[in-house]
Design a protein around this ligand. Structure first.
Ligand code: PEP
Ligand code: MN
Length: 455
């Protein structure tokens, strides 16, 4: 690629930059990262590229989800298993609903860095630097912990590696085995009619699995295990650059050649995205992203003009590879109908074929009267439903959804069949950034979206 190198972003203006006092510490951390092995392989990244091509063409659906801000402390057996099980259950419901393969991408094993709207925040009446994510500074509310610490970049690598190791190990040891009893967790559903509808779907899925076992299809790979890809916002470019490697690209899986001279792969995760605050056409993040071979996401919201969107696609995907770019739209339930149609028609006219994914979380954040950041289940569902309908009407495909969720029983979003109210939010509000769907709300959302496809 002309004029691009893993560090060419350093010549461009950058938003959300981190200023370290310890320059030697930064150098040592990046030197160390450069020597460590890739976390994911070019083969896996290419497989995801191929899968996303199918999503862009309407032949598959992508479910992406996980924490807003992952913490190093989340790197433990229970939390990893809970998240993986939830994504697997949701994907099974969606496969049944959309009648398409579902590609699973977790916001996990690296979703540490957070863009912030202000460099400082007031905690307990004291102004201090904002928490920027566990790979940058500490959450503890004191000046020392809030100072950017470069050794956290190396800690981020090792926490990602440990999380990914357990993810891979548990998948290959049968965590995703559809024969094992699934806990569909419907106990909380208080309306008999919704419960009946859900039970019907669960029954249909179980019947399909029983049929597969009877006819022996279940011995094929795919019922015993599943793929889960990893993703995070590519915000900390020093970190991403240090893990970017020129790797050969195997031509076919049966090929005996060493492969062609390959492209540059960001090996910190399979899929990286550019956040809504860092997608400036002439900025550092777009510069870095335009050179990597991974599939990439771009968050788009009301502030994106349709012609700018097309110019951005031309910059990051000049060869117009189908499905290379996932457009992650996040307008809000009240605004999607004013913005999405023009974005779709501009992209259609340009000849680009991206994956269109709906993030129904980030345009629907609001504060309760007492100042708690939350999101309403009805808004989340409404934005998803509108996205599906707008794409259908435009002859386009809604290729997937992008959610903030957790496998824990948190109380951060309002609504859902368990009837969580604003007053109940205090019970288990544990997010370090945005409010997430808890496991019951997330599964319920999957049921409802599956239902839209079956209507
Ligand atoms: C996020 O995905 O957590 C995020 C910060 O989103 P956005 O860039 O869309 O605001
Ligand atoms: Mn978020």
């Amino acid at each position: 690629m002309a004029d691009w190198s893993p560090d060419s972003w350093t010549t461009k203006p950058i938003k959300q930059d981190v200023v370290y006092e310890d320059a030697q510490g930064v150098k040592d951390a990046l030197d160390k990262l450069q020597k460590l092995p890739p976390l994911v392989t070019s083969h896996e990244i290419n497989t995801l590229n191929n899968n996303l091509k199918n999503v862009a063409l309407g032949k598959a659906f992508v479910l992406q989800g996980g924490d807003c801000a992952e913490l190093f402390d989340y790197c433990n057996q229970d939390m990893i298993e809970a998240k993986v099980k939830l994504l697997l259950q949701m994907s099974l419901v969606l496969i049944w609903g959309a009648n398409k393969p579902v590609i699973r991408i977790a916001r996990i094993a690296g979703q540490f860095a957070k863009p912030r709207s202000s460099p400082t925040e007031v905690v307990n009446g004291v102004e201090m630097p904002s928490f920027r994510g566990d790979n940058i500074n500490g959450f503890d509310a004191d000046a020392k912990s809030r100072q950017p610490d470069p050794s956290r970049l190396v800690a981020a690598y090792f926490h990602s590696a440990a999380t990914l190791n357990y993810l891979r190990a548990s998948l290959s040891s049968g965590l995703a085995d559809l024969h094992s009893p699934l806990d569909w967790g419907l106990g909380h559903v208080i309306t008999p009619s919704i419960k009946e509808q859900y039970s019907r779907i669960v029954g249909a899925v179980k019947d399909a699995l029983r049929f597969m076992r009877t006819v022996g299809i279940d011995k094929d790979r795919g019922v015993e295990t599943a793929d889960i890809y990893t993703s995070h916002e590519g915000l900390a470019l020093e970190y991403e650059q240090s893990l970017t490697r020129q790797l050969s690209t195997p031509t076919t899986s049966s090929s005996t050649s060493a492969g062609t001279t390959g492209g540059f792969y960001a090996t910190s995760a399979h899929f990286l995205w550019i956040g809504d605050r860092t997608r400036q056409l002439d900025g550092a993040h777009v510069e870095f992203f335009r050179g990597i071979a991974n599939p990439i996401g771009i968050k788009i919201g009301p502030s994106m003009a349709p012609d700018e969107l097309v110019r951005l696609l031309d910059v990051v995907n000049p060869t117009r590879e189908v499905g290379k770019v996932t457009l992650i739209s996040r307008y809000g339930a009240a605004k999607i109908d004013a913005f999405l149609p023009a974005h779709i028609s501009a992209v259609q006219a340009s000849g680009h074929v991206p994956v269109w994914q709906c993030d129904p979380m980030h345009g629907n954040t609001q504060a309760t009267p007492s100042g708690v950041k939350t999101r309403h289940f009805t808004d989340i569902l409404s934005e998803l439903r509108q996205a599906l309908e707008i794409h259908r009407a435009a002859g386009s495909f809604l290729g997937g959804m992008h959610l903030e969720l957790t496998g824990e029983a948190v109380t951060e979003c309002v609504g859902g069949a368990a009837g969580l109210t604003e007053e109940g939010l205090g019970e288990r509000y544990t997010t370090f950034c945005d409010p997430r769907l808890n496991e019951k709300q997330a599964l319920e959302l999957a049921f409802l979206v599956a239902g839209f496809y079956r209507e």
